[in-house]
Design a binder for this molecule. Structure first.
Ligand SMILES: *[C@@H]1O[C@H](CO)[C@@H](O)[C@H](O)[C@H]1NC(C)=O
Ligand SMILES: *[C@@H]1O[C@H](CO)[C@@H](O)[C@H](O)[C@H]1NC(C)=O
Ligand SMILES: *[C@@H]1O[C@H](CO)[C@@H](O)[C@H](O)[C@H]1NC(C)=O
Ligand SMILES: *[C@@H]1O[C@H](CO)[C@@H](O)[C@H](O)[C@H]1NC(C)=O
Ligand SMILES: CC(=O)N[C@H]1CO[C@H](CO)[C@@H](O)[C@@H]1O
Length: 286
């Protein structure tokens, strides 16, 4: 019965919007919670992008693959009373229209009333930025389409800018770098990158790690589309009773930061983004 309804819904969706076919097949692939997860683990939907232009290897894809179905534990401290865990559910999106709508079109099936059924507590999108810009934490999405053959707003009539829904007060970049280096057991950036610019990728100088560069490529479109769904549909979750936290991180090239270094960083970031949720519950991980 359930399957029949799903099939009927899919047929209706396709009939109403033939262009949604590829998006529907992609969001049908969204990964779900695993039975082996620690009890109460927060679910992080982590996306990377596939290759594009001359970038035949996209570090965001490698990080998504490396973290798939991995869980990380965070110890209780003076901020949270209980240990908690996050588990990554990851997917690699094509650098194309269909990739940028996959998560948003999944979220669009939920409403304020059904948001508690969304199987993700945190959403992190990742992409590649060139070495010159390095690691960037994107704070805002811009309402402009990436595809030059269909110019104009992503969401006609939607806000020009949409800010991230994560609590950035928990994201202190120097602290994040230090935690990630501790997890990794060595500096985040490769020796070669540190030689070129010793402070740029160390906890000492993170001044340019924030970005409000609301440009016009698929990274931006993916972030905007996700934020638009969360904000316009009021997709709030307990226990924080806040919009589902979603943000975008641009990783540098592999010559600057290796896959395991970037994975450590994303793991610590996910821990910080889940922290307000961990503070709101009374027992998580035994
Ligand atoms: C996504 O779109 C691109 C470009 O139009 C296409 O090459 C690719 O096959 C599509 N992928 C999926 C999974 O639909
Ligand atoms: C890709 O091309 C850009 C210039 O278009 C260049 O700066 C960059 O180094 C190239 N990257 C790779 C991985 O070849
Ligand atoms: C850009 O839009 C055109 C027209 O809708 C479409 O054929 C093409 O596949 C899109 N490109 C990408 C990379 O999605
Ligand atoms: C960062 O600062 C610490 C002390 O604050 C110093 O020991 C270390 O050498 C600095 N690292 C870099 C790469 O500048
Ligand atoms: C949030 C985000 O990904 N913004 C990007 C949008 O596209 C421009 C141009 O490619 C990037 O520079 C922004 O960082």
């Amino acid at each position: 019965m359930k399957l029949v309804l799903v099939v009927i819904a899919a047929v209706i969706t396709l009939a109403l919007n033939p262009g949604a076919a590829t998006a529907a097949s992609l969001h049908g692939m969204l990964p779900q919670r695993q039975a082996a997860d620690p009890p109460g683990a927060f679910q992080v939907l982590l996306t990377g992008f596939g290759p594009f232009m001359n970038y035949t290897t996209n570090p965001s894809q490698l990080v998504a693959e490396a973290l798939h179905d991995q869980c990380a534990q965070f110890r209780a401290d003076n901020v949270v009373k209980h240990d908690y865990a996050v588990c990554f559910r990851t997917m690699v999106l094509p650098v194309a229209d269909n990739g940028s709508v996959a998560v948003a079109s999944y979220l669009s099936k939920f409403t304020e009333a059904t948001a508690d059924r969304i199987p993700y507590d945190v959403i992190i999108h990742m992409g590649l930025e060139d070495a010159a810009k390095g690691l960037l934490f994107e704070t805002i999405g811009f309402n402009q389409r990436a595809n030059a053959s269909t110019p104009g707003p992503i969401q006609p009539g939607g806000p020009t800018l949409l800010p991230t829904t994560v609590n950035l007060g928990h994201v202190r970049i120097p602290e994040l770098y230090s935690l990630a280096e501790r997890r990794l057991g060595r500096p985040l950036a490769t020796d070669a990158a540190l030689k070129v610019n010793p402070t740029r990728f160390s906890a000492n100088d993170t001044t340019e790690a924030w970005s409000r560069d609301a440009g016009t490529f698929y990274c931006n479109e993916t972030l905007y589309r996700t934020l638009y769904q969360l904000r316009s549909r009021n997709l709030c979750r307990s226990p924080a009773f806040a919009l589902i936290p979603a943000m975008f991180v641009h990783l540098p090239e592999l010559t600057v930061m290796s896959t395991d270094a970037a994975s450590s960083l994303i793991t610590e970031l996910a821990g910080k983004l889940a922290l307000p949720l961990a503070q709101g519950v009374c027992s998580v991980v035994a």
